[in-house]
Design a protein around this ligand. Sequence first.
Ligand SMILES: [Zn+2]
Length: 510
Amino acid sequence: MNRLDKKQLLVFLLLCLPFFGWAQNPARYNYVVELDTAKHYLNVELTYNPKDTKELILKMPVWAPGYYLIMDFPKHLTDFAVQTIDGKEIAWRKEGKNAWIIPNTNGQTLKVTYRIYANARSVADSRVESHTAFIAPNGVFMYAEGEKNEPIEVTYILPENWQNASSGLKVKGNANGKHRTFIANDFDILYDSPVLLGNHLVKKFIHEGHEYEFALETPEGFEESPFEDDFRKMVTASSQMMGHVPYDNYCLIHLGRGPGGLEHSNSQACYTSGTFRFPNQKSYLNYMAFTTHEYFHLYNVKAIRPIELGPFDYDKEVHTPTLWIGEGFTVYYETQLLLRAGIIDKEYLLTDLSGYIRDTETTEGHRHMSLRQSSYDIWLNFFNRAANGNDVRISYYIKGPVMGLLFDIRLRELTQGKKSLDDLMRLLYNRYYLKENRGFTEEEFWTSAKEIAGAPLPLLRKYVDTTAEIDYDKMLAPAGLRLNKSTWKLETIPSMSSLQEKIHTDMFGK
Ligand SMILES: [Zn+2]
Protein backbone atom coordinates (compact mmCIF):
# COMPACT_ATOMS: atom_id res chain seq x y z
CA MET A 1 0.00 0.00 0.00
CA ASN A 2 1.55 3.34 -0.90
CA ARG A 3 1.36 6.44 1.23
CA LEU A 4 -0.98 8.35 -1.09
CA ASP A 5 -3.53 5.53 -1.06
CA LYS A 6 -3.47 5.41 2.72
CA LYS A 7 -4.12 9.14 2.99
CA GLN A 8 -6.97 8.99 0.48
CA LEU A 9 -8.48 6.06 2.30
CA LEU A 10 -8.38 7.83 5.66
CA VAL A 11 -10.15 10.90 4.19
CA PHE A 12 -12.69 8.62 2.55
CA LEU A 13 -13.35 6.69 5.76
CA LEU A 14 -13.73 9.90 7.78
CA LEU A 15 -16.18 11.31 5.21
CA CYS A 16 -18.26 8.14 5.47
CA LEU A 17 -18.44 8.30 9.25
CA PRO A 18 -21.52 10.47 9.76
CA PHE A 19 -23.48 8.80 6.95
CA PHE A 20 -23.23 5.19 7.92
CA GLY A 21 -23.67 5.23 11.63
CA TRP A 22 -20.39 3.78 12.80
CA ALA A 23 -21.29 4.93 16.26
CA GLN A 24 -24.15 2.41 16.39
CA ASN A 25 -22.29 -0.61 15.10
CA PRO A 26 -18.54 -0.07 14.89
CA ALA A 27 -16.57 -2.83 13.26
CA ARG A 28 -14.15 -4.54 15.63
CA TYR A 29 -11.99 -5.55 12.70
CA ASN A 30 -11.03 -3.11 9.95
CA TYR A 31 -9.25 -4.72 7.04
CA VAL A 32 -7.68 -2.92 4.10
CA VAL A 33 -6.54 -5.06 1.20
CA GLU A 34 -4.34 -3.87 -1.63
CA LEU A 35 -3.54 -5.97 -4.69
CA ASP A 36 -0.10 -6.63 -6.11
CA THR A 37 -1.23 -7.73 -9.56
CA ALA A 38 2.27 -8.17 -10.96
CA LYS A 39 3.42 -10.63 -8.30
CA HIS A 40 0.03 -12.15 -7.35
CA TYR A 41 -0.11 -10.96 -3.75
CA LEU A 42 -2.79 -9.57 -1.46
CA ASN A 43 -1.27 -7.01 0.91
CA VAL A 44 -3.43 -7.13 4.02
CA GLU A 45 -3.63 -4.61 6.85
CA LEU A 46 -5.82 -5.25 9.88
CA THR A 47 -6.61 -2.57 12.45
CA TYR A 48 -7.90 -4.23 15.59
CA ASN A 49 -8.74 -2.97 19.03
CA PRO A 50 -8.30 -5.70 21.67
CA LYS A 51 -10.94 -5.85 24.38
CA ASP A 52 -8.36 -6.22 27.14
CA THR A 53 -4.64 -6.40 27.78
CA LYS A 54 -4.24 -10.16 27.92
CA GLU A 55 -2.70 -12.40 25.30
CA LEU A 56 -4.23 -12.09 21.82
CA ILE A 57 -4.44 -15.10 19.51
CA LEU A 58 -5.04 -14.39 15.82
CA LYS A 59 -6.13 -17.35 13.72
CA MET A 60 -6.56 -18.20 10.07
CA PRO A 61 -8.77 -21.13 8.97
CA VAL A 62 -7.14 -24.26 7.54
CA TRP A 63 -10.20 -25.18 5.44
CA ALA A 64 -13.22 -23.63 3.72
CA PRO A 65 -16.79 -24.93 4.33
CA GLY A 66 -18.08 -26.89 1.35
CA TYR A 67 -14.52 -27.83 0.36
CA TYR A 68 -13.88 -30.79 2.63
CA LEU A 69 -10.13 -30.79 2.48
CA ILE A 70 -7.44 -29.39 4.77
CA MET A 71 -6.05 -26.55 2.66
CA ASP A 72 -3.51 -25.19 5.16
CA PHE A 73 -4.15 -21.64 3.97
CA PRO A 74 -1.41 -20.14 6.19
CA LYS A 75 1.16 -21.70 3.86
CA HIS A 76 0.52 -18.77 1.51
CA LEU A 77 1.20 -16.16 4.20
CA THR A 78 4.40 -14.13 4.50
CA ASP A 79 5.78 -10.94 6.14
CA PHE A 80 3.55 -11.05 9.24
CA ALA A 81 4.11 -8.04 11.51
CA VAL A 82 2.35 -6.26 14.38
CA GLN A 83 2.68 -2.58 15.31
CA THR A 84 0.98 -0.05 17.50
CA ILE A 85 -1.01 2.61 15.69
CA ASP A 86 2.00 4.97 15.91
CA GLY A 87 4.36 2.45 14.37
CA LYS A 88 6.02 0.72 17.35
CA GLU A 89 6.84 -2.94 16.69
CA ILE A 90 5.08 -5.46 18.93
CA ALA A 91 6.45 -8.93 19.68
CA TRP A 92 4.59 -12.02 18.49
CA ARG A 93 5.19 -15.72 18.04
CA LYS A 94 3.69 -18.45 15.88
CA GLU A 95 1.96 -21.42 17.50
CA GLY A 96 0.96 -24.42 15.44
CA LYS A 97 0.18 -23.87 11.80
CA ASN A 98 -2.56 -21.26 12.01
CA ALA A 99 -2.17 -19.22 15.22
CA TRP A 100 -0.21 -16.03 15.84
CA ILE A 101 0.19 -15.10 19.51
CA ILE A 102 0.67 -11.51 20.64
CA PRO A 103 1.54 -11.99 24.33
CA ASN A 104 1.04 -8.43 25.49
CA THR A 105 -1.18 -5.93 23.70
CA ASN A 106 -1.53 -3.48 26.59
CA GLY A 107 -5.03 -2.93 25.28
CA GLN A 108 -3.64 -0.76 22.46
CA THR A 109 -5.09 -0.61 18.97
CA LEU A 110 -2.97 -2.86 16.78
CA LYS A 111 -2.01 -2.75 13.16
CA VAL A 112 -1.36 -6.24 11.82
CA THR A 113 0.11 -6.61 8.34
CA TYR A 114 0.88 -9.62 6.19
CA ARG A 115 0.91 -10.71 2.56
CA ILE A 116 -0.91 -13.63 0.93
CA TYR A 117 0.34 -15.28 -2.22
CA ALA A 118 -2.76 -15.68 -4.42
CA ASN A 119 -2.10 -17.57 -7.61
CA ALA A 120 -4.20 -20.75 -7.76
CA ARG A 121 -7.26 -21.65 -9.82
CA SER A 122 -9.66 -23.26 -7.39
CA VAL A 123 -12.85 -21.97 -5.79
CA ALA A 124 -11.23 -22.27 -2.36
CA ASP A 125 -8.09 -20.31 -3.33
CA SER A 126 -7.56 -16.62 -4.05
CA ARG A 127 -6.17 -15.53 -7.41
CA VAL A 128 -4.73 -12.11 -8.25
CA GLU A 129 -4.00 -11.40 -11.89
CA SER A 130 -3.37 -8.36 -14.06
CA HIS A 131 -7.07 -7.99 -14.95
CA THR A 132 -8.94 -9.61 -12.08
CA ALA A 133 -8.81 -10.83 -8.50
CA PHE A 134 -10.88 -13.59 -6.96
CA ILE A 135 -10.87 -13.44 -3.17
CA ALA A 136 -11.52 -16.71 -1.31
CA PRO A 137 -11.72 -15.19 2.18
CA ASN A 138 -10.81 -18.17 4.40
CA GLY A 139 -7.21 -17.95 3.27
CA VAL A 140 -7.00 -14.16 3.64
CA PHE A 141 -8.56 -12.97 6.90
CA MET A 142 -7.72 -13.68 10.55
CA TYR A 143 -9.99 -13.57 13.58
CA ALA A 144 -9.08 -13.15 17.23
CA GLU A 145 -9.78 -16.34 19.13
CA GLY A 146 -12.96 -16.00 21.17
CA GLU A 147 -14.09 -12.99 19.10
CA LYS A 148 -15.33 -14.55 15.89
CA ASN A 149 -18.84 -13.12 16.25
CA GLU A 150 -17.88 -9.46 15.89
CA PRO A 151 -18.51 -7.09 12.95
CA ILE A 152 -15.85 -6.76 10.27
CA GLU A 153 -15.20 -4.22 7.53
CA VAL A 154 -13.06 -4.99 4.54
CA THR A 155 -11.94 -2.24 2.15
CA TYR A 156 -10.35 -3.24 -1.13
CA ILE A 157 -8.20 -0.68 -2.93
CA LEU A 158 -8.82 -1.31 -6.60
CA PRO A 159 -5.94 -0.98 -9.06
CA GLU A 160 -6.10 1.79 -11.67
CA ASN A 161 -8.94 1.34 -14.17
CA TRP A 162 -10.66 -1.48 -12.31
CA GLN A 163 -14.37 -0.80 -12.04
CA ASN A 164 -16.19 -3.63 -10.27
CA ALA A 165 -16.33 -5.34 -6.89
CA SER A 166 -18.92 -8.10 -6.56
CA SER A 167 -19.90 -10.14 -3.50
CA GLY A 168 -22.91 -11.35 -1.54
CA LEU A 169 -21.70 -9.10 1.33
CA LYS A 170 -23.38 -5.80 2.12
CA VAL A 171 -21.66 -2.78 0.58
CA LYS A 172 -20.76 0.16 2.79
CA GLY A 173 -20.38 3.65 1.37
CA ASN A 174 -19.40 4.48 -2.18
CA ALA A 175 -20.11 1.61 -4.55
CA ASN A 176 -18.18 3.19 -7.42
CA GLY A 177 -14.93 4.63 -6.14
CA LYS A 178 -11.45 3.24 -5.91
CA HIS A 179 -12.07 2.02 -2.37
CA ARG A 180 -14.79 -0.58 -1.97
CA THR A 181 -15.92 -1.51 1.51
CA PHE A 182 -17.89 -4.60 2.44
CA ILE A 183 -19.28 -5.39 5.88
CA ALA A 184 -20.02 -8.68 7.63
CA ASN A 185 -21.62 -9.27 11.03
CA ASP A 186 -19.25 -12.10 11.90
CA PHE A 187 -16.52 -14.29 10.47
CA ASP A 188 -18.86 -17.12 9.42
CA ILE A 189 -20.49 -14.60 7.06
CA LEU A 190 -17.19 -13.08 5.92
CA TYR A 191 -15.69 -16.50 5.19
CA ASP A 192 -18.87 -17.50 3.35
CA SER A 193 -18.63 -14.57 0.94
CA PRO A 194 -16.11 -14.66 -1.91
CA VAL A 195 -15.40 -11.45 -3.83
CA LEU A 196 -14.63 -10.80 -7.49
CA LEU A 197 -12.72 -7.60 -8.37
CA GLY A 198 -11.87 -6.31 -11.82
CA ASN A 199 -13.62 -5.41 -15.05
CA HIS A 200 -15.86 -8.46 -15.21
CA LEU A 201 -19.39 -8.11 -16.58
CA VAL A 202 -21.88 -7.11 -13.89
CA LYS A 203 -25.56 -7.75 -14.50
CA LYS A 204 -27.95 -6.69 -11.73
CA PHE A 205 -31.66 -7.39 -11.60
CA ILE A 206 -34.56 -7.84 -9.22
CA HIS A 207 -36.42 -11.14 -9.25
CA GLU A 208 -39.49 -11.69 -7.08
CA GLY A 209 -38.43 -8.93 -4.69
CA HIS A 210 -34.82 -10.03 -4.22
CA GLU A 211 -31.67 -8.45 -5.66
CA TYR A 212 -29.41 -10.48 -7.92
CA GLU A 213 -25.96 -9.76 -9.26
CA PHE A 214 -24.24 -11.81 -11.93
CA ALA A 215 -20.47 -11.25 -11.90
CA LEU A 216 -19.04 -12.94 -14.99
CA GLU A 217 -15.31 -13.07 -15.55
CA THR A 218 -15.67 -14.50 -19.08
CA PRO A 219 -19.09 -13.33 -20.36
CA GLU A 220 -18.62 -14.16 -24.05
CA GLY A 221 -22.03 -15.12 -25.48
CA PHE A 222 -23.93 -14.31 -22.26
CA GLU A 223 -26.31 -11.76 -23.82
CA GLU A 224 -27.49 -14.21 -26.48
CA SER A 225 -27.78 -17.18 -24.12
CA PRO A 226 -30.97 -18.12 -22.23
CA PHE A 227 -28.96 -18.35 -18.99
CA GLU A 228 -30.52 -15.42 -17.11
CA ASP A 229 -34.09 -16.46 -18.02
CA ASP A 230 -33.44 -20.05 -17.05
CA PHE A 231 -31.73 -19.02 -13.81
CA ARG A 232 -34.80 -16.95 -12.86
CA LYS A 233 -37.13 -19.89 -13.61
CA MET A 234 -34.97 -22.21 -11.52
CA VAL A 235 -34.96 -19.73 -8.59
CA THR A 236 -38.77 -19.54 -8.79
CA ALA A 237 -39.05 -23.35 -8.81
CA SER A 238 -36.80 -23.51 -5.72
CA SER A 239 -38.70 -20.86 -3.77
CA GLN A 240 -42.03 -22.47 -4.67
CA MET A 241 -40.76 -25.77 -3.36
CA MET A 242 -39.29 -24.41 -0.12
CA GLY A 243 -41.92 -21.70 0.50
CA HIS A 244 -39.28 -19.19 1.59
CA VAL A 245 -36.23 -17.30 0.32
CA PRO A 246 -33.61 -16.86 3.04
CA TYR A 247 -31.59 -13.97 1.52
CA ASP A 248 -32.07 -10.33 0.53
CA ASN A 249 -29.49 -10.43 -2.23
CA TYR A 250 -27.72 -13.17 -4.16
CA CYS A 251 -24.44 -12.90 -6.07
CA LEU A 252 -23.50 -15.39 -8.77
CA ILE A 253 -19.75 -15.30 -9.43
CA HIS A 254 -18.83 -17.28 -12.51
CA LEU A 255 -15.12 -17.35 -13.19
CA GLY A 256 -13.16 -18.24 -16.31
CA ARG A 257 -12.03 -21.65 -17.42
CA GLY A 258 -11.27 -23.92 -14.49
CA PRO A 259 -12.50 -26.60 -12.12
CA GLY A 260 -15.24 -26.73 -9.52
CA GLY A 261 -17.91 -24.64 -7.85
CA LEU A 262 -18.58 -23.70 -4.25
CA GLU A 263 -21.86 -22.93 -2.55
CA HIS A 264 -22.44 -20.06 -0.15
CA SER A 265 -25.46 -18.79 1.80
CA ASN A 266 -26.17 -15.94 -0.61
CA SER A 267 -23.68 -16.47 -3.40
CA GLN A 268 -21.92 -19.08 -5.47
CA ALA A 269 -18.47 -19.12 -7.04
CA CYS A 270 -17.94 -21.43 -10.00
CA TYR A 271 -15.20 -22.00 -12.50
CA THR A 272 -16.67 -22.64 -15.94
CA SER A 273 -15.75 -23.57 -19.50
CA GLY A 274 -14.94 -19.87 -20.02
CA THR A 275 -17.79 -19.06 -22.41
CA PHE A 276 -21.58 -19.00 -22.72
CA ARG A 277 -21.29 -20.40 -26.24
CA PHE A 278 -21.89 -24.08 -25.59
CA PRO A 279 -21.11 -26.71 -28.24
CA ASN A 280 -24.54 -28.30 -27.80
CA GLN A 281 -27.72 -28.23 -25.72
CA LYS A 282 -26.53 -31.04 -23.46
CA SER A 283 -23.45 -29.13 -22.36
CA TYR A 284 -25.63 -26.06 -21.70
CA LEU A 285 -28.00 -28.16 -19.58
CA ASN A 286 -25.05 -29.64 -17.68
CA TYR A 287 -23.99 -26.08 -16.91
CA MET A 288 -27.51 -25.17 -15.77
CA ALA A 289 -27.55 -28.27 -13.53
CA PHE A 290 -24.17 -27.22 -12.09
CA THR A 291 -25.31 -23.68 -11.23
CA THR A 292 -28.62 -25.09 -9.90
CA HIS A 293 -26.65 -27.43 -7.66
CA GLU A 294 -24.62 -24.59 -6.13
CA TYR A 295 -27.76 -22.46 -5.82
CA PHE A 296 -29.93 -25.12 -4.14
CA HIS A 297 -27.15 -25.70 -1.60
CA LEU A 298 -28.20 -22.43 0.04
CA TYR A 299 -31.22 -24.39 1.21
CA ASN A 300 -29.66 -27.82 1.50
CA VAL A 301 -26.31 -27.83 3.38
CA LYS A 302 -26.23 -24.13 4.30
CA ALA A 303 -29.69 -23.76 5.91
CA ILE A 304 -30.74 -27.43 6.23
CA ARG A 305 -27.44 -28.77 7.49
CA PRO A 306 -25.77 -31.51 9.50
CA ILE A 307 -25.26 -30.18 13.02
CA GLU A 308 -21.48 -30.36 12.60
CA LEU A 309 -21.57 -27.90 9.68
CA GLY A 310 -22.01 -24.49 11.23
CA PRO A 311 -21.03 -22.69 13.35
CA PHE A 312 -17.72 -23.98 12.08
CA ASP A 313 -14.52 -25.17 13.64
CA TYR A 314 -11.98 -23.78 11.16
CA ASP A 315 -8.99 -25.43 12.87
CA LYS A 316 -9.56 -29.02 11.81
CA GLU A 317 -11.65 -31.56 9.91
CA VAL A 318 -15.34 -31.61 10.80
CA HIS A 319 -16.59 -35.17 10.24
CA THR A 320 -20.27 -35.77 9.66
CA PRO A 321 -22.15 -38.98 8.75
CA THR A 322 -24.94 -37.05 6.96
CA LEU A 323 -23.22 -35.10 4.22
CA TRP A 324 -24.86 -37.54 1.78
CA ILE A 325 -28.09 -35.58 2.45
CA GLY A 326 -26.48 -32.20 1.76
CA GLU A 327 -24.72 -33.35 -1.39
CA GLY A 328 -26.74 -36.34 -2.61
CA PHE A 329 -30.19 -34.76 -2.27
CA THR A 330 -28.83 -31.57 -3.85
CA VAL A 331 -27.75 -33.57 -6.90
CA TYR A 332 -31.20 -35.21 -6.95
CA TYR A 333 -32.90 -31.80 -6.91
CA GLU A 334 -30.78 -30.41 -9.79
CA THR A 335 -32.96 -32.12 -12.39
CA GLN A 336 -36.15 -32.03 -10.30
CA LEU A 337 -35.92 -28.22 -10.20
CA LEU A 338 -34.97 -27.91 -13.87
CA LEU A 339 -37.96 -30.11 -14.78
CA ARG A 340 -40.32 -28.02 -12.66
CA ALA A 341 -38.85 -24.86 -14.22
CA GLY A 342 -39.64 -26.25 -17.68
CA ILE A 343 -35.96 -26.29 -18.71
CA ILE A 344 -35.59 -30.05 -19.15
CA ASP A 345 -38.10 -32.78 -20.00
CA LYS A 346 -38.98 -36.13 -18.42
CA GLU A 347 -36.66 -38.04 -20.73
CA TYR A 348 -33.65 -35.91 -19.75
CA LEU A 349 -34.46 -36.41 -16.07
CA LEU A 350 -34.88 -40.19 -16.30
CA THR A 351 -31.67 -40.51 -18.34
CA ASP A 352 -29.85 -38.46 -15.70
CA LEU A 353 -31.16 -40.63 -12.83
CA SER A 354 -30.38 -43.81 -14.79
CA GLY A 355 -26.78 -42.62 -15.01
CA TYR A 356 -26.45 -42.35 -11.22
CA ILE A 357 -27.90 -45.86 -10.76
CA ARG A 358 -25.55 -47.26 -13.42
CA ASP A 359 -22.53 -45.52 -11.88
CA THR A 360 -23.43 -46.77 -8.40
CA GLU A 361 -24.01 -50.36 -9.48
CA THR A 362 -20.93 -50.55 -11.72
CA THR A 363 -18.62 -49.09 -9.09
CA GLU A 364 -17.19 -51.99 -7.12
CA GLY A 365 -16.71 -49.66 -4.14
CA HIS A 366 -20.46 -49.73 -3.38
CA ARG A 367 -19.92 -53.23 -2.00
CA HIS A 368 -17.20 -52.00 0.36
CA MET A 369 -18.27 -48.57 1.61
CA SER A 370 -21.69 -47.39 2.80
CA LEU A 371 -23.08 -43.98 1.88
CA ARG A 372 -22.87 -43.01 5.54
CA GLN A 373 -19.18 -43.93 5.63
CA SER A 374 -18.62 -42.06 2.37
CA SER A 375 -19.87 -38.91 4.12
CA TYR A 376 -17.83 -39.44 7.25
CA ASP A 377 -14.57 -40.13 5.42
CA ILE A 378 -14.82 -37.40 2.79
CA TRP A 379 -11.87 -35.62 4.42
CA LEU A 380 -9.67 -38.55 3.43
CA ASN A 381 -11.09 -38.85 -0.06
CA PHE A 382 -12.01 -35.37 -1.39
CA PHE A 383 -9.10 -35.34 -3.81
CA ASN A 384 -7.90 -38.88 -3.21
CA ARG A 385 -6.80 -40.15 -6.61
CA ALA A 386 -5.44 -43.51 -5.45
CA ALA A 387 -5.69 -46.11 -8.20
CA ASN A 388 -7.89 -48.44 -6.14
CA GLY A 389 -10.46 -45.71 -5.38
CA ASN A 390 -13.40 -47.14 -7.33
CA ASP A 391 -12.69 -50.61 -5.94
CA VAL A 392 -13.17 -49.60 -2.34
CA ARG A 393 -15.15 -46.34 -2.21
CA ILE A 394 -18.49 -44.95 -3.35
CA SER A 395 -19.13 -41.25 -3.88
CA TYR A 396 -22.12 -39.52 -2.30
CA TYR A 397 -22.39 -37.61 -5.59
CA ILE A 398 -23.57 -40.80 -7.31
CA LYS A 399 -25.22 -43.00 -4.66
CA GLY A 400 -26.63 -39.88 -2.93
CA PRO A 401 -29.03 -38.91 -5.77
CA VAL A 402 -30.08 -42.57 -6.07
CA MET A 403 -31.13 -42.43 -2.43
CA GLY A 404 -32.87 -39.10 -3.14
CA LEU A 405 -34.96 -40.87 -5.76
CA LEU A 406 -35.72 -43.81 -3.45
CA PHE A 407 -36.68 -41.49 -0.57
CA ASP A 408 -38.96 -39.47 -2.82
CA ILE A 409 -40.72 -42.61 -4.10
CA ARG A 410 -41.03 -44.27 -0.68
CA LEU A 411 -42.43 -41.15 1.04
CA ARG A 412 -45.02 -40.80 -1.75
CA GLU A 413 -45.88 -44.51 -1.58
CA LEU A 414 -46.37 -44.51 2.21
CA THR A 415 -48.56 -41.38 2.12
CA GLN A 416 -50.67 -42.45 -0.88
CA GLY A 417 -49.08 -39.71 -2.97
CA LYS A 418 -49.88 -36.95 -0.48
CA LYS A 419 -46.32 -36.23 0.69
CA SER A 420 -42.86 -36.36 -0.85
CA LEU A 421 -39.21 -35.61 -0.27
CA ASP A 422 -40.16 -31.91 -0.68
CA ASP A 423 -42.16 -32.18 2.57
CA LEU A 424 -39.18 -33.64 4.39
CA MET A 425 -36.92 -30.83 3.10
CA ARG A 426 -39.45 -28.21 4.21
CA LEU A 427 -39.83 -29.81 7.65
CA LEU A 428 -36.04 -29.82 8.19
CA TYR A 429 -35.79 -26.23 6.91
CA ASN A 430 -38.64 -24.86 9.00
CA ARG A 431 -37.88 -26.75 12.20
CA TYR A 432 -34.11 -26.75 12.46
CA TYR A 433 -33.09 -23.71 10.40
CA LEU A 434 -35.90 -21.16 10.73
CA LYS A 435 -37.21 -22.08 14.18
CA GLU A 436 -34.17 -23.43 16.03
CA ASN A 437 -31.41 -21.88 13.90
CA ARG A 438 -29.19 -24.95 14.06
CA GLY A 439 -28.25 -28.07 12.15
CA PHE A 440 -29.94 -31.46 12.56
CA THR A 441 -28.45 -34.56 14.15
CA GLU A 442 -28.41 -37.89 12.32
CA GLU A 443 -31.21 -39.26 14.53
CA GLU A 444 -33.27 -36.09 14.06
CA PHE A 445 -33.08 -36.60 10.31
CA TRP A 446 -34.44 -40.15 10.56
CA THR A 447 -37.11 -39.11 13.05
CA SER A 448 -38.21 -36.28 10.73
CA ALA A 449 -38.34 -38.69 7.76
CA LYS A 450 -40.46 -41.08 9.81
CA GLU A 451 -42.76 -38.20 10.73
CA ILE A 452 -43.39 -37.37 7.05
CA ALA A 453 -43.75 -41.03 6.06
CA GLY A 454 -46.01 -41.91 8.99
CA ALA A 455 -43.94 -45.08 9.41
CA PRO A 456 -40.31 -46.03 10.06
CA LEU A 457 -38.00 -46.41 7.04
CA PRO A 458 -35.78 -49.40 7.92
CA LEU A 459 -34.99 -50.39 4.35
CA LEU A 460 -33.88 -46.89 3.32
CA ARG A 461 -31.75 -46.70 6.44
CA LYS A 462 -30.17 -50.05 5.60
CA TYR A 463 -29.29 -48.76 2.10
CA VAL A 464 -27.64 -45.68 3.64
CA ASP A 465 -25.89 -47.23 6.64
CA THR A 466 -24.71 -50.50 5.06
CA THR A 467 -23.53 -51.86 1.74
CA ALA A 468 -26.70 -53.97 1.28
CA GLU A 469 -27.66 -54.30 -2.39
CA ILE A 470 -30.63 -52.14 -3.39
CA ASP A 471 -33.76 -54.02 -4.48
CA TYR A 472 -34.60 -51.73 -7.41
CA ASP A 473 -37.68 -53.67 -8.56
CA LYS A 474 -39.27 -53.23 -5.15
CA MET A 475 -38.17 -49.62 -4.61
CA LEU A 476 -38.97 -48.22 -8.06
CA ALA A 477 -42.29 -49.91 -8.77
CA PRO A 478 -44.47 -47.51 -6.71
CA ALA A 479 -43.44 -44.74 -9.14
CA GLY A 480 -44.28 -46.88 -12.17
CA LEU A 481 -40.61 -47.44 -12.98
CA ARG A 482 -38.37 -50.44 -13.45
CA LEU A 483 -34.66 -50.78 -14.07
CA ASN A 484 -33.42 -52.51 -17.19
CA LYS A 485 -30.28 -54.14 -15.81
CA SER A 486 -28.66 -54.74 -19.18
CA THR A 487 -28.84 -51.09 -20.29
CA TRP A 488 -29.14 -49.52 -16.80
CA LYS A 489 -32.04 -47.47 -18.17
CA LEU A 490 -35.08 -46.54 -16.11
CA GLU A 491 -38.18 -47.68 -17.98
CA THR A 492 -41.83 -46.85 -17.48
CA ILE A 493 -44.07 -49.78 -16.45
CA PRO A 494 -46.72 -50.15 -19.18
CA SER A 495 -49.79 -50.65 -16.99
CA MET A 496 -49.93 -48.78 -13.72
CA SER A 497 -52.38 -48.60 -10.81
CA SER A 498 -53.95 -45.22 -10.21
CA LEU A 499 -51.55 -44.55 -7.32
CA GLN A 500 -48.54 -45.51 -9.43
CA GLU A 501 -49.86 -43.26 -12.19
CA LYS A 502 -50.27 -40.36 -9.77
CA ILE A 503 -46.79 -40.76 -8.23
CA HIS A 504 -45.21 -41.12 -11.66
CA THR A 505 -46.88 -38.00 -13.02
CA ASP A 506 -46.20 -35.97 -9.87
CA MET A 507 -42.50 -36.85 -10.03
CA PHE A 508 -41.74 -36.79 -13.72
CA GLY A 509 -44.64 -35.10 -15.51
CA LYS A 510 -46.67 -36.71 -18.26
ZN1 LIG B 1 -22.44 -29.81 -3.78
